[in-house]
Write a protein that binds this ligand. Structure first.
Ligand SMILES: [Ca+2]
Ligand SMILES: [Ca+2]
Length: 175
């Protein structure tokens, strides 16, 4: 609730003290109020430059700089100063589609999963099981050689971690 809005209410109200109180409370808890608060929250999160925000999903940024997977992983972690940032993790089909759109026509693009601990046990960069799978046709293949997660326009790929490709970082937003 912004102070400016309260002042406006006070000026416009012609009721007695009790009515005024009700109006102010409604404005605090009404739908309009809460939508405004949500926006305010997003704005004050201070996203790093160039992030594409999708409410209730996350904020993502595609980098075309070519990096090996581990360097991309470290780069993304440094994107968040006071908020959590990491190589992008698709938590849902909706987020998967957002990532696919971001990579455009690029081929392989690093995202935040790997099986570096145990072959075939895919985990995220946050050490959690991969929440959503959509492998591109024929993948995962080459289990010994390809242990880092990338994305193509038609789904996930496992790729040699030392390949230098673009990547997508994600900044966690409050949902
Ligand atoms: Ca995510
Ligand atoms: Ca592969």
């Amino acid at each position: 609730m912004e102070v400016a809005n309260i002042s406006l209410l006070l000026t416009e109200s012609k009721g007695n003290g009790d009515n005024l109180k009700v109006e102010v409370i409604n404005n605090f808890y009404g739908a309009q109020c809460c939508e405004q608060n949500k926006d305010t929250k997003v704005k004050t999160t201070k996203l790093p430059e160039g992030y594409n925000l999708t409410p209730n999903v996350g904020a993502h940024k595609y980098y075309s700089d070519l990096k090996v997977w581990n360097d991309a992983r470290k780069f993304c972690e440094h994107e968040g100063v006071s908020i959590s940032a990491h190589l992008a993790i698709a938590d849902s089909e909706e987020e998967m589609k957002i990532l696919e759109k971001l990579i455009g026509t690029a081929v392989d693009t690093w995202v935040g999963f790997h099986d570096l601990f145990t072959i075939g046990d895919w985990v995220t960069v946050l050490d959690k099981p991969v929440p959503f799978y959509s492998w591109s046709p024929g993948n995962p293949d080459l289990p010994n050689a390809e242990r880092c997660g990338s994305m193509r326009t038609n789904g996930f790929n496992n790729l040699n971690c030392n390949s230098a490709v673009g990547f997508i970082c994600e900044v966690e937003i409050s949902k």
